[in-house]
Design a protein around this ligand. Structure first.
Ligand SMILES: *[C@@H]1O[C@H](CO)[C@@H](O)[C@H](O)[C@H]1NC(C)=O
Length: 361
């Protein structure tokens, strides 16, 4: 998939010589359409309100006040808090083809190894599809906190009793949401923050997510989206008691990679949120909603404190590692640059679509 100029001499010099990947999409011909966007100065020092407990309360109404117990968690450093464990959420209408996650063993490692992958119609490797439908056959439900995570069934529409009980299909229907986690549960080893039910670990440190998907029109105004959340958000309650916060009021990290808004079903935006505030692709800059299969990579890199989202021509999902030089190549591919630095990034409100996402059920 890559140009063959990677002679050993250059490789041995490491990150100073980024290899130019040969599978990036050339800049779009549609005015305003993006093929790449890079967030710089991502990390920061600050705190977010970490959920430390959820109090059940008495049926039928939530009698515990407060029921969502939090305490400030201080974080700092490159990428913070996006260096913490994260999950990826997918909302239909979407057709899913392939997903892979690559990670270095540390922020300066020379290779990023494939740590998780899934191909349509086959069993995932270190990747589990979840949804917020706990309380039936898996996960749990409580009066104050609503549904926890549950293992998704193969149709992406309900819960299964155990991880990867079904072979996952391809079609994620409109309004349905699933998220992916690793196969390590919080029972296997403790998770950061409050975790309940089927809570699991996400992907920590530097990481690259690659998605091959379609966003077919389903004849309604249902807007598809792909976004990353701090794993802790889903481990407590994605649409209730969680550490996400809004903009500058305490967020533990959300990155909307490709979010179609129902105000324009042909375009997608990207936004980043943390305790620092929020910024994003802004007015007039958008991903074109795909009419067929597309491939996007999102690289969250501690070493350069940056996040690069690129549309690719294709991706070889069988490759089990990528070199740091290729990662640097993607990070230095020409793209719209958005700084998340400074102290004045706060948005007055979240995108409209957030208001339309499901609330507690
Ligand atoms: C980072 O990982 C690489 C590869 O596993 C290893 O050789 C190197 O010693 C590690 N560096 C640090 C600072 O831990």
């Amino acid at each position: 998939m890559y140009s063959l100029i990677a002679i050993p001499t250059l490789l041995s010099l490491g990150a100073a010589y980024a290899i130019t990947p040969n599978n990036v999409i050339s800049p779009a011909v549609i005015s305003g359409a993006l093929t790449g966007l890079k967030y710089t100065s991502v990390g920061g020092s600050g705190s977010y309100n970490q959920v430390t407990n959820m109090i059940q309360g008495a049926w039928p109404t939530c009698t515990a006040n407060p029921s969502c117990i939090t305490a400030p968690k201080q974080v700092s450093g490159n990428l913070a808090p996006f260096d913490e464990e994260m999950t990826a959420v997918l909302r239909g209408p979407m057709t899913l083809h392939n997903i892979a996650v690559y990670q270095p063993t540390n922020s300066s490692a020379a290779t990023w190894k494939r740590t998780s992958n899934w191909a349509q119609g086959s069993a995932p490797d270190n990747l589990v599809f979840m949804s917020n439908s706990g309380g039936g056959v898996s996960g749990e439900w409580d009066t104050c906190g609503g549904a926890s995570q549950a293992y998704s069934d193969g149709a992406f529409t309900g819960a299964a009793a155990s991880a990867n009980a079904d072979i996952y299909g391809a079609n994620l229907p409109g309004t349905n949401e699933v998220n992916i986690v690793t196969s390590q549960t919080c029972a296997d080893s403790p998770c950061d923050g409050f975790a309940r039910g089927t809570a699991s670990h996400g992907w920590a440190g530097s990481k690259a997510f690659v998605f091959e998907f379609e966003m077919p029109q389903d004849g309604t105004s249902n807007p598809p989206a792909i976004w990353l959340l701090n794993q802790q958000v889903v481990n407590s309650a994605q649409y209730g008691c969680n550490c996400r916060g809004m903009g500058g009021s305490g967020g533990c990290g959300e990155l909307d990679l490709f979010e179609v808004l129902n105000t324009n079903l042909n375009q997608g935006i990207t936004e980043i949120y943390s305790f620092k505030g929020a910024t994003g692709s802004g007015d007039g800059n958008f991903w074109p909603r795909p009419s067929g299969i597309v491939t996007y990579i999102a690289i969250l890199d501690i070493q350069t404190d940056s996040i690069s989202i690129q549309q690719l021509q294709s991706w070889d999902f069988t490759q089990t590692q990528i070199t740091r030089s290729i990662v640097d190549g993607y990070l230095s591919t020409p793209a719209m640059q958005v700084s998340f630095g400074g102290s004045n990034q706060r948005r007055s409100q979240r995108p409209k679509s957030w208001m339309h996402r499901r609330t507690l059920h």
